[in-house]
Structures are given as structure tokens and as C-alpha cells.
Write a protein that binds this ligand. Structure first.
Ligand code: PEP
Ligand code: MG
Length: 542
């Protein structure tokens, strides 16, 4: 009887609802888990500055060893994140800065905390989403060293629980299997690392949920397909949740069944479905039979994960991995597209208006020595498979000419050195309106790939990283569609292949408009391959 009363209690509490941003689609239901706040002030002074310094050094070493252990169990993006954290732990900047504070009397825990907090504040204050998202890594590094310093053991999240937290460290995400569970974060970002990892592992996650304060143990329904969260749900809400979940699962099953089929409209028009990737490790989870090749490999992500720029051999190894996986199917590797919303330390510059500044091919041409390293890696990779090279943010034909010239120059050098290489097809992204309006001026491009994300932002004068203006940033705006149609028509009439690799290709609601504009090749997010093929099968172009 007592047990029954205990169970009924939560149902009798008033429902609490909230809406967040979708970070990883899916459904989860269970009990809320909030971590107990560990008392980081419970620190025992070591008695001298020297002893404090030694204690901090030992804690950093322990945290580094722990990170190395985690790296050995991780792969792909997870390994990249941990390697980034390890590089921060191994760089002695934070330790030296902590020593300076200890010299004025601070204890190791306070010195470390204030040093890292200053750095974290800088990242959080950045206008750039990328740096704000990276602050999570710094918080993670800070806490791992503090835990080592205090001898704290992290409390394990129970199986099937739904975590409610301010933010979540990537290493904390990776140390739990999340089976049946989910994640609700008050802060965090849909483009942050945890969101990316959650999508890869299929863990339902919602972020930016500010006003949702419920206690540990509260029953909750998490609909991460709409971003809706309900604590203490009533019977009708549970029923609606189950129905929405069934619809979602049916769509997922349908998508799975479609993933293995070739892309084809209802009237039988074949539509090539390529995949977009960033990290070569992503290919490990994509069956090559499901796609017609890689329509876009965003090579800039090879540049962002570590300190320094990747060497020719490191780049070659990354490209080779993808080409080997693809066999004779085409692999389109885009030359580094840094700048704008993708800053890279040591390469990009700070500008007032970065989306209209030194980004994409402009940046590569302005740094010929760095570009030459990538060009050489691409020329060498071209002998290993069906490689196509794509130039981002081309605005005028001169940029294409200059890039081709650099490819030819590096090819000559490789020939002189007796290094195996081949000249790949060189095409361009269509994301600056000047190209979409006058594609005939770019006849030298072997192919066109429409970047609907940037094309939309430039046609509608709406910054792509401003969530509050997303209602304007629509690729199905008639002006954008007219430009897409212009390129598709020009390509068809002049034998220049045209594809579309922006996010619009991965949106089932937009695919009809894109095919209607004449696009016959789409390059989509890996998680959307089946869903887009299913949407295409409903379209009649006849
Ligand atoms: C685009 O702009 O649509 C595109 C595919 O490039 P990115 O999103 O990487 O800028
Ligand atoms: Mg772009």
C-alpha cells in the first residue's frame, strides 16, 4: 500500500512543460537525473607553494592519463574531441598561469579554477558559435583536473535516465552508454560537440531549455523530434507522446528500408544521392551501397581539430581512407573552406563582417604556401580513386583560373620529384549569387555544386548563424529557386554536372522544390539518406 502511494505521487504533481532546440532527434521517457553538485571547495591545503605546484602537476598528469585511456576506446569525432582536450592538458600555458597565482598565495584548486574560468569566459563571450561550443571542452578539462586534485569520483548516471544539466562535457557524454535515456541541457548548443556526438549515437537530446527546474526522480517525456519536454505528464500527454513516437519510429523504419534502394521519383526519374561528410571516420558507419558517392567532404574539419595545420601526409591519409571506402564511386573533396562561421587558429583573420570577408577560396589564394600543401595531398590522392576537387566561395572566374594554375604548378613539381599523382576534375561550389546568375562565365569548371546554405544567406541578406532570422533563410524562396533553376538548366544544356549539397538537400520538405527546379543530384547528411530517398519516391516529375 505504501509502495503504491509512493508510485502515484509523481503522477499527481502538476505537469511542467518546456520547449528546447533539437540537438538530436528521438524519443525518450524516464526519470530525471541531475548530478549532485560536488563540493570543489573541499580542498586540503598542501602547506607550501612548492607542494601546491606539485599537487597541481600530479593532477594534470592524472587527468592527461585518464584522457589517453578514453582516446584508446574512442574513434572518429569522439577521438578528435578528446585529442583536442589532451592537447590543452599537455600545453603548459594553464599550469604556468596557475603558478603565477600560487606565487601570490592562491591554493592549487583556486589557482587552476580562476585560470580556466578566465579562459572559459573568453570563449563564452565570443560572437562565434564555434568558440562558444568549444567552451564545453575547457569546462571538461577544468573539472577533470579538479576531480584529480580532490580525489573525487564522478557519480554514474543510472541506465535509462534522462539527464538534466546546465551543460555536459564531451567526456562525460562518452563515459555513459545512454541506452534508452536522453539529454536535456539548459545551455549547450545544437552545433556543439555533445549534440554532434548525440546525433551520431542516436541519443535524443534537446538544448537551450532555460526554464525547466525539476527535481531528480521526476518522470519526464522527452520528444526530441519537436523539442517538447513534459515533466509529470498526465495520461492524455502520455498517450499523445506514444502516438508521436510510433509515427517517428515508422518514419525511421521506412527510411531504413529506402536507404538500400536507388534514389528514384514516383515516375521513375533517377536521382543520384551522394553523402556529405566531414571526418573520414564517418565512412565507417555509412554502407557505400546506400550512396552514389561523396558529394561534399568538408576538408576544413581536418584543419580544426588539432593545433597547427595538417601535414601533406596526414591529409593524404585522410583522403585515401575515403577514396578506398568509395571504390570507383566519386569522392568530391572541397578545398579548405575556413573563415565565416569556421575560424581556424593561425589561418583565418578577425573581421567585422566575416561572411563577406576572407573565406573559402579567397583565403586559400591569399595563403598559397598553406594551399599548396593541400593541393599536393589532393594530387597524390587522385591516383587512389575517383577524386573530384571542389573550390568553395568562388565569386569570379579569375579565382578558378588561379586555383587551376596552382594545381598545375604543384603537379609539375611532383612530376619532377617522381611522386605519383594525377590531375582530378576541378569544379566549383555555387554559393555566391554572381556564379548562379552567370554560370556561363565559369565554363572552365568541371562541375557545379550548389551550396544552398550560403546561396540563401547571400540572396536574402540573412546571416546563416542568426537563429532568430531563420524564418527568412529559406532555400525555397522563389528568388533562390530561380537561381538554382538557372544553374541546373545551364548545366543540362552545356554538359556540366550540377548537384546540390547544402542543407536543403537533407530536408524532405524542400526536396520537391529542388527537383522541380531541375536538380538531379543531391548530397545529403548521412542520417538523412533513407528519409530523402523516401521523400523522392513520393515526387512525380512527369
Ligand atoms: C553551403 O553553403 O550550402 C555549403 C554546402 O557549404 P557550407 O555549409 O560548408 O558553407
Ligand atoms: Mg558554403
Amino acid at each position: 500500500m505504501k509502495g503504491m502511494r509512493m508510485q502515484r505521487q509523481p503522477d499527481m504533481a502538476a505537469p511542467v512543460e518546456a520547449l528546447g532546440q533539437i540537438a538530436s532527434e528521438g524519443f525518450a521517457q524516464g526519470l530525471i537525473w541531475t548530478s549532485a553538485v560536488s563540493d570543489k571547495s573541499n580542498y586540503v591545503a598542501k602547506g607550501s607553494q612548492d607542494a601546491e605546484e606539485k599537487a597541481l602537476h600530479a593532477a594534470i598528469t592524472q587527468a592527461s592519463e585518464h584522457t589517453v585511456e578514453m582516446i584508446s576506446d574512442a574513434s572518429g569525432d569522439a577521438a578528435d574531441i578528446l585529442e583536442f582536450q589532451l592537447a590543452m592538458l599537455e600545453d603548459d600555458t594553464f599550469e604556468v598561469s596557475s603558478h603565477e597565482k600560487m606565487a601570490t598565495g592562491a591554493l592549487a584548486n583556486t589557482a587552476w579554477t580562476t585560470t580556466l574560468d578566465d579562459e572559459i569566459a573568453g570563449y563564452l563571450a565570443s560572437d562565434d558559435e564555434y568558440f562558444r561550443a568549444r567552451s564545453t571542452d575547457l569546462i571538461d578539462v577544468k573539472d577533470r583536473v579538479l576531480d584529480a586534485l580532490l580525489g573525487v569520483k564522478a557519480e554514474a548516471i543510472p541506465d535509462g535516465a534522462i539527464l538534466l544539466a546546465d551543460d555536459l562535457a564531451p567526456s562525460a557524454f562518452l563515459s555513459h552508454d545512454w541506452l534508452g535515456g536522453g539529454i536535456i541541457l539548459k545551455y549547450g548548443s545544437a552545433t556543439g560537440h555533445v549534440a554532434m556526438l548525440a546525433r551520431q549515437r542516436g541519443v535524443p537530446a534537446v538544448v537551450g531549455v532555460k526554464n525547466f527546474d525539476v527535481l531528480r526522480g521526476t518522470p519526464v517525456l522527452l520528444n526530441a523530434a519537436t523539442g517538447q519536454i513534459v515533466a509529470n505528464p498526465d495520461q492524455a500527454t502520455r498517450q499523445a507522446f506514444e502516438t508521436a513516437k510510433e509515427v517517428f519510429e515508422t518514419q525511421q523504419d521506412l527510411a531504413k528500408a529506402f536507404a538500400v534502394k536507388p534514389g528514384q521519383t514516383r515516375d521513375g526519374t533517377p536521382i543520384a544521392i551522394m553523402v556529405n561528410i566531414a571526418d573520414p571516420a564517418e565512412t565507417e558507419t555509412i554502407p557505400i551501397e546506400h550512396v552514389d558517392g561523396v558529394g561534399l567532404m568538408r576538408s576544413e574539419f581536418l584543419f580544426g581539430n588539432s593545433y597547427g595545420l595538417p601535414s601533406e601526409n596526414l591529409q593524404l591519409a585522410a583522403y585515401a581512407k575515403v577514396l578506398k571506402w568509395a571504390g570507383d564511386k566519386p569522392v568530391t573533396i572541397r578545398t579548405i573552406d575556413a573563415g565565416g562561421d569556421k575560424p581556424i587558429a593561425g589561418l583565418t583573420v578577425e573581421e567585422d563582417n566575416p561572411f563577406l570577408g576572407l573565406r573559402g577560396i579567397r583565403l586559400s589564394l591569399a595563403n598559397p604556401d598553406i594551399f599548396a600543401v593541400q593541393i599536393r595531398a589532393l594530387l597524390r590522392a587522385a591516383v587512389l580513386g575517383n577524386l573530384k576537387v571542389m573550390l568553395p566561395m568562388v565569386a569570379v572566374p579569375d579565382e578558378l583560373d588561379s586555383a587551376i594554375e596552382l594545381f598545375e604548378r604543384e603537379a609539375e613539381k611532383l612530376a619532377e620529384q617522381g611522386i605519383a599523382h594525377a590531375m582530378p576534375e576541378i569544379g566549383i561550389m555555387v554559393e555566391v549569387p554572381s556564379v548562379a546568375i552567370t554560370p556561363e562565365r565559369f565554363a572552365r569548371a568541371a562541375f557545379f555544386s550548389i551550396g544552398s546554405n550560403d546561396l540563401t544567406q547571400y540572396v536574402l541578406a540573412v546571416s546563416r548563424d542568426n537563429g532568430s532570422l531563420s524564418y527568412l533563410a529559406r532555400a525555397d524562396n522563389p528568388a533562390v529557386l530561380q537561381l538554382i533553376g538557372n544553374v541546373a538548366c545551364y548545366g543540362r544544356e552545356h554538359g556540366q554536372a550540377v548537384s546540390l549539397c547544402g542543407d536543403a538537400a537533407s530536408d524532405p520538405a524542400l526536396v520537391g522544390a529542388l527537383l522541380g527546379a531541375g536538380v538531379e543530384t543531391l548530397s545529403v547528411a548521412a542520417a538523412r539518406i533513407g528519409m530523402i530517398k523516401a521523400a523522392i519516391a513520393e515526387i512525380d516529375l512527369a
